[in-house]
Design a protein around this ligand. Sequence first.
Ligand code: SF4
Length: 364
Amino acid sequence: MTLTRREFLKTAAALGAATVWSLHAADIARVFSAAAAGEVHTIWFQGASDSGCSISLLQGARPDLIDAITDFKLSVDFHPNLMIPEGDAAINVLRDAADGTQPLDLFVLEGSVPAGNFGTVGEIDGKPVPMETWIKQLASQAKYVVAVGTCAAYGGTPGAFPNPTNAKGLQFYKYEKGGALGADFRSRAGVPVINVPGCPPHPDWITLTLADVLQGFPPHLDSYQRPTAFFGRVVHDQCPRLGYFQQNQFASKFGDLQCLWKLGCKGPITYANCPAIKWNRGINSCTWFGSGCRGCADPSFPDSPTSPFFKEIEAVPAPLGIDVNMVGETIAAATAIGIGAHALRRFARKGRQKTTTETAKEGA
Ligand code: SF4
């Protein structure tokens, strides 16, 4: 039986992306190169990364990868894991895009940006070229720039304390704006870096964001430059265990049905729609199956306040009727200016007082 490209990729996704990655890399590479007649030139560059975001992309369902390639005329000129050219031929693709010889519509970064020679890709005239140099040059030429994954967006795991390589995200380091490109960076289309965080990001967040951009409609972004369509609400608000939280019923061990807050769930501070769309083609999500949210899409990940992973966040109010969106924003702001737990305690007290006052008013 002969498989069409679409059938092949759908089968590949059903088998599991990691397996597909190792067994069918050559087939996937052929699909990419077959799309080389496309009209939208894309470079998918990897900084300090483990390729996990690329693996997640292969699980895309709405649209799937083949839709993204064919319907949106995507030509992936460079992808370290998938492209056929190697050595000088591969580096020449980067050179041509970096100096403007080849137009660059979309620059996608996976992985964080380590400082100077802590990460290099290829050589020019016998000298290794820092990832940071490629990234800055390519971003300056691109019509749109998309940071895929928490590492590319905010620094992520390579940027975690004590961050020996001074790794950053493209336009942020954790909650602080700036990053490798600077706070004022705008792409050729006048758009800041579009951040699609997650460790890894949900494949639909990646493909739908790329689809938006490729159609010339960059998504609406929040203050951390995330598409509000996916990151507009905290996990907690959409969680199937929310009723337990509201009833003060908490799991004491993994496997219990109740709310996982006391076991370290970071759903109340993490903006993402995982419980609504679920993972693995709509099968499950972290709070649905009972591990709790690890906060992997939060700019702080994997440092405080998203860690320690299995400890309740200190001093965040228990279910007292406080808007958890306010809690998340307060934690983010407090971390950004280094206030930490003391301010959160004050906030928790204030929240309690406010709630009490409001209750008194309502009763008057
Ligand atoms: Fe769900 Fe976690 Fe919120 Fe509990 S704390 S309701 S498990 S998101």
